[in-house]
Design a protein around this ligand. Structure first.
Ligand code: AZC
Length: 819
């Protein structure tokens, strides 16, 4: 088997033969007729043979050793392209480049042929991908469990500036070369039906679920290749198929089936990823996705547990299950159901296992993102689970009564069931009650989880609520995406920094070394050129790499305040045209963002930025000082070009709203300076780099809360600040939509009459002033280089390797196992 250079030799001839074999036998091309896409597919298949072999070997070894594992349950894994990354992890990049060269192919071009598997929305899904990478790199035994969506996050294009969504068939017609189907792991999942009591042979009374239908769960494995080691872990994605016709025999009562039929097209369950980021939609099909995901995953965890020769009583000793947000919460009542109904355990024994097996990560405080499901819907789709949830709640409320005797307010507040005209199940409450650890994703966020979201739970279960600050993988987000910087780093601190990121601190001593500064800035310049070339090719906009590249890339959301950025751009535009004393260093403002298809204001903001871009980029009066570029279809592979090219990173959410952020870390690692609020992980980044090397502005969390309590009035700011007024009023004019005033008014309307829920106007003045400081700082290139180098040097805390070690040591109690 071919593996990384340390353990096995790369057999170039054998590899070339494997590629040619796949080209002809798997994809039916001759070497003469093959397209670049076919070459890429054949190459990736040849590589996947290596990783699949190692995946099976890793599985066997871990089973034999009875190793404790973490099961990472997530409805999203935004893994991005695998080929380049896996080549680096396998240590085969140069070897394969040379092999492909001999076959007349250029590796860099072939890597561009891969479509992004966009199986996630944003931060939460990308975090799951970074975590899988870090688990494998450090050999903490793990399985990732997700869904095999036929369509990932929609593709975005712009028509006359407006977002248009089209389906993302990420696997293409040929299938994705890195995945392998595992038919022997197929699971059967039940839905609907009713619950009945029965007596077993010994006269014991039991409950059982008589399902209305079943579907099949097919396992697809993607290899998560450990960097420079022999471990390959599965990312196991479940695809739903319908074993038609489903079990009608038991339900010949036509009405009964008829009533359920419309919701049920099983083939649809894993058809498409729900495109909402930080927003709960409450659709029945989504609940079905969640349950399908959990039922398959729990069954597979139990299968592995027994296959390794372990007893069910030892489940919590050998397996831990991390719930990535509340989306997989239904796994908790599912495991209870299996233990009680199938293993015939008593409630206490089952609960002892469950409550020691699950842990939960909270990723947001936004009320609209906290999941609740209608009791009626769960009752209909998962009747046995609803019974179990009631029982969990019943027992929990007794605990509450013991802690706060006679206090019905606190009971109402903490209850898993929310009373009201339509009773709802609060998934986060179910999680806190049923897990052994609950973590937030940055220090500030975790404090707010304790203080504002779950203060009583924190009293009731001292120590359960904790923090693990997020991180990102330096393999993809430095080594792979920024080869120029990687070489510089290796030269100064040695080449093992991708798995020992603490070593990059060694760069700090070169922060004042002029020669090093120049080389560092030269790399930045090359990366800016690479981005400028992409923009020229794909958008036909000319950019000057001497300009400041100022970038905001993340989902479009009011709380992330892309419209604050827009108002600043409008203010600059206004000043350049009206204030002869005003000067600025040329700047390019980049945006990349998808808006949820149903989120009207977010789409209006995209439209406004595109319209402003159209005008600004072609206005000779601006003398090329201002450019605006909204890259279409922002995705992981574009992020890999954008992060390394940034001078300035925009992290400008309203304080208290962004749980952590992870793009902020990727920018700083690649030497961009942050302009940011005291929110999420920005707070900890400031601690690491020091106040001089980050541009902080805006209201603090407590100031935000105070201002809201006092009664926030956006007009106060609008009336008092002529520059803000000018910027806002441009939105009401036809400056950017000639002959059609009012097309951009919705944003202004929302900020003034809509009450400006995210305090854009309150933070505007400080934001503008802070940008002026950035302008001044950039003019002194030596000082700027010094700051940029320190940003890279001081980011080691934000490696996801550190996050995973925190989870392993403080939550999972997990030890690495060398393969
Ligand atoms: C995101 C948070 O908004 C972001 O701040 C954080 O960095 C990321 O998770 C990873 O922890 N949350 C989501 O994407 N979605 C939800 C439902 O929270």
């Amino acid at each position: 088997m071919i593996k990384n250079g340390q353990t096995q030799q790369f057999d170039k001839a054998a590899f070339k033969a494997a590629v040619e074999k796949h080209l002809t036998t798997t994809y039916a091309y001759t070497t003469e007729s093959a397209t670049p896409h076919a070459w890429y597919l054949a190459m990736a298949r040849a590589l996947a043979e290596i990783s699949t072999g190692n995946l099976l070997a890793t599985e066997q070894k871990l089973a034999k050793e009875k190793a404790r594992s973490v099961n990472y349950l997530s409805l999203e894994f935004l893994i991005g392209r695998l080929t380049g990354n896996n080549l680096i992890s396998l240590g085969l990049y140069e070897n394969v480049a040379s092999a492909m060269e001999e076959l007349g192919q250029n590796l860099t071009d072939l890597l561009e042929e891969e479509r992004d598997p966009a199986l996630g929305n944003g931060g939460l899904g990308r975090l799951a991908a970074c975590f899988m990478d870090s688990l494998a790199a450090q050999e903490y035994p793990a399985v990732g469990y997700g869904l095999h969506y036929e369509y990932g996050l929609f593709r975005q294009s712009f028509e006359q500036g407006r977002q248009v969504e089209t389906p993302d068939g990420w696997r293409g017609v040929e299938g994705y070369p890195w995945e392998v189907v595992r038919p022997e792991l197929t699971q059967t999942v039940s839905l609907y039906g009713y619950v009945e009591s029965y007596l077993d042979e010994d006269g014991n009374n039991y409950r059982r679920w008589v399902p209305g239908m079943t579907v099949d769960g097919i396992a697809w494995d993607l290899p998560i290749v450990g960097y420079d080691n022999n471990s390959v872990y599965p990312l196991r994605l479940w695809e739903c198929r319908s074993p038609a016709p489903f079990n009608l025999a038991r339900f010949n009562d036509g009405d009964y089936v008829g009533a359920q039929y419309p919701a049920l097209e099983a083939g649809n369950v894993t058809k498409v990823l729900y495109p909402n980021d930080n927003h709960d939609q409450g659709k029945a099909l989504r609940l079905m996705q969640q349950y399908f995901h959990c039922a398959c995953s729990i069954a597979d965890i139990l299968r592995r547990h027994h296959a390794a020769g372990n007893e069910i009583e030892d489940l919590a000793k050998l397996e831990t299950i991390q719930l990535n947000d509340t989306h997989p919460t239904i796994a908790i009542p599912e495991l209870m159901r299996v233990l009680i109904d199938e293993y015939k355990m008593g409630w206490e024994a089952a609960w002892a296992i469950c409550s020691q097996t699950f842990a939960y990560t909270n990723h947001t405080l936004l009320p609209e993102a906290l999941e609740t499901w209608s009791e009626a819907l769960i009752q209909q789709m998962l009747p046995r689970h609803m019974e179990i949830i009631f029982e969990i709640n019943h027992r929990f409320l007794k605990e509450v009564e013991a802690a706060w005797p006679g206090n019905n307010d606190v009971k109402r507040k903490l209850s898993i069931i929310q009373e009201g005209p339509q009773r709802m199940v609060r998934m986060a409450n179910l999680c806190v009650v049923s897990t052994y650890a609950v973590n937030g994703v940055a220090a500030l966020h975790s404090e707010l989880v304790k203080r504002d979201l779950f203060p009583e739970f924190n009293e009731l279960y001292p120590g359960r609520l904790t923090n693990v600050t997020n991180g990102v993988t330096p393999r993809r987000w430095i080594k792979y995406c920024n080869p120029g910087l990687s070489e510089l780093i290796s030269e100064k601190v040695g080449s093992d920094w991708p798995v020992h990121l603490e070593k990059i601190a060694g760069l700090a001593e070169f922060a004042d070394d002029e020669a090093f500064q120049q080389r560092f800035m030269a790399v930045k310049k090359q990366n800016k050129q690479r981005l400028a070339d992409w923009v020229k090719t794909n958008m036909d906009i000319d950019l000057d790499t001497n300009a400041i590249f100022d970038i905001q890339i993340k989902r479009l959301h009011e709380y992330k305040r892309q419209h604050l950025n827009l108002l600043h751009i409008l203010a600059l535009y206004h000043r350049l045209l009206n204030d002869p004393t005003f000067d600025m260093h040329p700047r390019v403002f980049f945006f990349g963002a998808k808006a949820a298809p149903g989120y009207a204001l977010a789409k209006d903001i995209i439209f406004a930025i595109n319209k402003v871009a159209e005008k600004v980029n072609n206005d000779p009066r601006l003398g090329g000082k201002l450019k605006v570029v909204f890259v279409p279809d922002y995705r992981v592979s574009l992020a890999e070009i954008l992060f390394p090219a940034a001078d300035v990173s925009e992290q400008i959410s309203t304080a208290g709203k962004e749980a952590s952020g992870t793009g902020n870390m990727k920018f700083a690692m690649n030497g961009a300076l942050t302009i940011g609020t005291m929110d999420g992980a920005n707070v900890e980044m400031r601690e690491e780099v020091g106040d001089d090397n980050i541009f902080i502005f805006g209201l603090l969390v407590d100031e935000v809360q105070k201002l809201k309590q006092e009664g926030y009035d956006p007009y106060r700011y609008y009336n008092a600040d002529s520059m803000l007024r000018a910027a806002m009023d441009l939105l009401d004019s036809d400056e950017f939509t000639p002959g059609q005033p009012g097309l951009l008014s919705a944003i202004r309307q929302n900020l003034l009459e809509g009450g400006d829920p995210y305090l854009v106007l309150a933070d505007f003045a400080d934001y503008v002033k802070t940008h002026e400081k950035i302008d001044a700082a950039y003019r002194d290139q030596k000082t700027w280089a010094h700051k940029a180098i320190l940003n890279t040097a001081l980011m080691s805390k934000f490696s996801s390797d550190r996050s995973i070690r925190d989870y392993a040591n403080n939550i999972w109690n997990l030890k690495p196992v060398k393969c």
